[in-house]
Design a protein around this ligand. Structure first.
Ligand code: ATP
Ligand code: MG
Length: 191
């Protein structure tokens, strides 16, 4: 069903007019991940093949977006088994980050996608769980080989080096957040 729709929506030769973008959603306000999800929803409606890899969510977490993504044929991958970000083990955090990045590299090098979202990769870079230069080199190399591929990265505190190689950088700026009024994460809004 999803595959059938995908072919219906896909325009012939659309890639010929496509300039792949490297996009970054950063800043301390809410909306970085939901913006990337909205973009995938739009792209899926054009028959584009989308995949999101989430660095910060455990494999056992099931969010609203996971249910919807499935319906739209958007592939989603979350972290390894039983991993939590409160392990207090730097070694474990680094290992998980590297394994997740290896999956990102595999997806970028494959011919199967039009839009890739690496959710919270920027956070992981900010925490130095991954080597920034290595990530930048890989992104540059993939973009040379795949000029039509769109890539979105999310997370706070995007480093200048990443901003420099990106085409579109948006900062979500907090003006007000319900958290400060004691309203915590809600179903359908945060997860
Ligand atoms: P969302 O997934 O809702 O688009 P986000 O990706 O921009 O949010 P993250 O930095 O990934 O935000 O933070 C994850 C969670 O923290 C979200 O549930 C979000 O509502 C919450 N959050 C974001 N900004 C703030 C803030 N300024 N104060 C408190 N909580 C926040
Ligand atoms: Mg997020």
């Amino acid at each position: 069903m999803v595959e059938e729709k995908r072919y219906k929506w896909r325009r012939e030769g659309y890639q010929e007019n496509t300039k792949g973008l490297l996009m970054v959603n950063t800043g301390d306000g809410k909306g970085k991940t939901t913006c990337a999800l909205g973009l995938m929803m739009r792209a899926a409606g054009r028959g584009m093949r989308c995949c999101m890899i989430q660095f910060m969510k455990s494999k056992t977490d099931r969010y609203g977006e996971h249910e919807s993504a499935e319906e739209l044929g958007i592939e989603v991958h979350t972290m390894g088994d039983g991993f939590t970000w409160d392990t207090n083990s730097l070694e474990q955090d680094i290992k998980t980050s590297q394994e997740t990045w290896a999956l990102c590299v595999e997806k970028m090098r494959s011919e199967e996608y039009d839009l890739l979202v690496f959710d919270e990769l920027v956070y992981v870079l900010d925490y130095k769980f991954l080597d920034l230069q290595e990530v930048i080199n890989e992104l540059k190399s993939v973009r040379e080989k795949k000029p039509h591929l769109h890539i979105v990265l999310t997370g706070r505190n995007a480093p200048q080096e990443l901003i420099d190689i990106s085409d579109l950088v948006t900062e979500m700026k907090e003006i007000k957040h319900p958290f400060h009024a004691g309203i915590y994460a809600q179903q359908g809004i945060e997860f």
